[in-house]
Ligand binder design. Structure first.
Ligand SMILES: [Mg+2]
Length: 237
């Protein structure tokens, strides 16, 4: 490793540290299946309700959704199911999903899956006194839970910063500028690992060296722009 240059390692989660199948076959179905039960047993905060209300106003105006929205479990459930069905990225929905996952992880109902080479790589990075950071479109709560309750144990102590789409979309190069500023470093001092070419391109365009992960279950990638890794054990600087 060129240790004078790299200070930060930045990781995507889905398809990079964690199998895509875990997110789609376990995590999302879990929040969906436990949604009604969660709404029966938990009160929704005013902030979450107003986040939902914002989208609800637009959806009723455009006739995509016809029912009213009350702060009752049945009414919330119906609208949240609608948001899930259209794959809407509403922050209130994300917050509720995060809370459902939190309860699921804490009760032992769910355990996240991290590729085993991730832990070896984290240990290696830590031994070189470099920082490990995460950038994922999942909420920061969801990210923290994935690393805390994993098949490899609690990995949260390895991670310094978590970034979500609060810094901007993952396919927008400005997001990577914001991350560099937040890490207080030059983009050249960061390296980024992701499974999505457009994300790698965006980071690369501002000077962040990017690697594409070709994990089992990921979509095939055709790029000559970025090095491709099947596992972090192949990483050589
Ligand atoms: Mg990904």
């Amino acid at each position: 490793m060129n240790s004078t240059e790299i200070r930060h390692f930045l990781f995507d989660i889905e398809g990079t540290t964690t199998p895509i199948s875990f997110v789609h076959e376990i995590l999302f179905p879990y929040s969906k299946n436990n949604l009604l039960n969660y709404l029966h047993n938990n009160k929704i905060s005013n902030l979450i309700f107003s986040n939902l209300k914002e989208d609800h106003v637009k959806d009723t105006k455009s006739n995509h959704y016809k029912n009213s929205l009350e702060n009752s479990s049945e009414s919330l459930f119906s609208y949240l199911e609608f948001l899930i069905s259209v794959d809407r990225k509403n922050s209130g929905l994300k917050e509720i999903q995060g809370e459902i996952w939190k309860q699921g992880y804490e009760s032992g109902d769910i355990k996240s899956q991290i590729f085993p080479d991730t832990l070896d790589f984290f240990q290696f990075i830590q031994s070189k006194n470099k920082q490990i950071n995460i950038y994922s479109s999942g909420s920061i709560l969801a990210q923290k839970l994935i690393f805390k309750y994993s098949n490899l144990g609690d990995l949260s102590a390895y991670i310094t910063n978590y970034f979500d789409t609060g810094v901007g979309p993952k396919r927008d190069s400005n997001s990577y500028i914001t991350i560099s500023k937040s890490l207080n470093c030059n983009p050249k001092e960061i390296i980024f690992f992701t499974d999505i070419q457009e994300e790698a391109d965006s980071a690369f365009s501002i000077g962040i060296k990017s690697y594409i992960m070709l994990r089992k279950g990921n979509s095939p990638i055709e790029t000559i722009k970025h090095p491709i890794l099947n596992s972090f054990s192949e990483w050589r600087e």
